[in-house]
Design a binder for this molecule. Structure first.
Ligand SMILES: C[S@@+](CC[C@H](N)C(=O)[O-])C[C@H]1O[C@@H](n2cnc3c(N)ncnc32)[C@H](O)[C@@H]1O
Length: 346
């Protein structure tokens, strides 16, 4: 019996040793990105542009900068804090100043939406009068009709189907896609296309997945969401991630040099920009904030362009400069291995 037990133990040890490389292989194959990057900026920056054409172009620059650096969430906040007394419920700061926030948010959303879905989600609106002329984001979820892809964005069609037989979705392909779930028409969905496909079938088969699935499962950049915040404090208090932002960075020419920064590992990072008067304006106008110095709101307060040659760097320029200079620091910070749930590994 002793010998049998010893042999069994030996066998278990051998099996465990064999399993180890497989587990390591699995880890290597995890191509997902398990962190997010959010950017917040005041809608008032549109007020510095003189015409609707220039306002639109400025919004396009913000959208392109965020797509280039794989930003997952853009928060447009009202730095005048018009609606600051109530941070709950729907955004209602659509006064003269609030209009810039809504207009910026609308153009950002329009550009994020794949071209073939825009008709379904964006009825004619004066804010979008020149948006069709803007440079496209050209991000991985903006598919061309014959492009092959594991995932696609789509809209659920108003087409009757038998109960239990799912719904039809327009994913911008020649064939429609039948998804596994019955969903309300008009809903925007992310679909994983099933392989192998049957070339003789009139429809393709797909499964509905969450919009962050392409990022977490395959590391694909899948566009950004847009959120309105009625004041600077609401950027933090209305965070959509239940754990909140675990790394916050304020940007200012009065911050510490980005060159010396060493960022800790994080799951949800937030980078905040000010408008014409800097982040101070947002802090002063927000009755929820008792501080006067914006630097105390953030884990890091960084000057991302030390020795700048122009007296002021505009917010749209600061966005490109900051995301570019933060990129290596972010890459370094997220090197810490994490499991599929994003938890740090011991
Ligand atoms: C026009 S600037 C604001 C200038 C304003 N006079 C001030 O003193 O902050 C707009 C925004 O761009 C960003 N910015 C400008 N220069 C920066 C720098 N050197 N480093 C980091 N961010 C900067 C900040 O977010 C700033 O609030």
């Amino acid at each position: 019996i002793k010998l049998l037990k010893k042999l069994e133990k030996q066998r278990m040890q051998e099996l465990a040793a064999k399993e180890q490389p497989e587990k390591e292989e699995e880890q290597k194959e995890d191509k997902g990105r398990h962190y997010t990057l959010s950017v917040a900026l005041p809608g008032s920056i549109l007020n510095n542009a003189q015409s609707l054409e220039l306002r639109t172009y400025l919004a396009g620059q913000i959208a392109r900068a965020c797509a280039i650096f794989c930003v997952d969430e853009i928060i447009v906040f009202d730095e005048h804090g018009e609606d600051a007394k109530s941070v709950e419920g729907e955004f209602s700061g659509i006064g003269k100043k609030g209009k810039a926030c809504v207009q910026l948010a609308r153009i950002l959303q329009y550009l994020e939406c794949p071209q073939y879905l825009r008709k379904s989600f964006f009825p004619k609106h004066e804010d979008l009068q020149f948006a069709g002329l803007l440079n496209p984001l050209d991000s991985p979820h903006h598919m061309r009709v014959d492009e092959d892809s594991q995932y696609r964005e789509g809209v659920v069609l108003d087409r009757p189907t038998k109960p239990g037989r799912g719904s039809f979705v327009n994913c911008g392909m020649r064939k429609e896609v039948r998804i596994d779930k019955q969903l309300d028409p008009g809903l925007r969905v992310t679909v994983r296309l099933e392989e192998p496909q049957n070339p003789d079938s009139k429809v393709r088969q797909g499964t509905v997945v969450s919009s962050h699935h392409p990022r977490t499962a395959s590391g694909l950049y899948w566009g950004y969401s847009v959120r309105l915040a009625s004041c600077l404090s609401a950027v933090f208090s209305e965070c959509p991630f239940k754990e909140g932002y675990d790394l916050s960075i304020g940007t200012s020419e009065r911050g510490c040099s980005v060159d010396q920064a060493s960022l800790p590992s994080f799951r949800h990072a937030l980078v905040v920009f000010g408008g014409l008067q800097g982040l101070e304006a947002g802090v002063d106008a927000d009755p929820n904030l008792e501080v006067t110095d914006p630097s105390v709101l953030f884990d890091f307060y960084l000057n991302t362009c030390p020795s700048q040659g122009s007296r002021t760097i505009r917010t749209e320029e600061a966005l490109l400069i900051s995301l570019s200079s933060l990129r290596p620091h972010i890459e370094e910070a997220v090197k810490t291995p994490r499991d599929s749930q994003g938890k740090e590994k011991p």
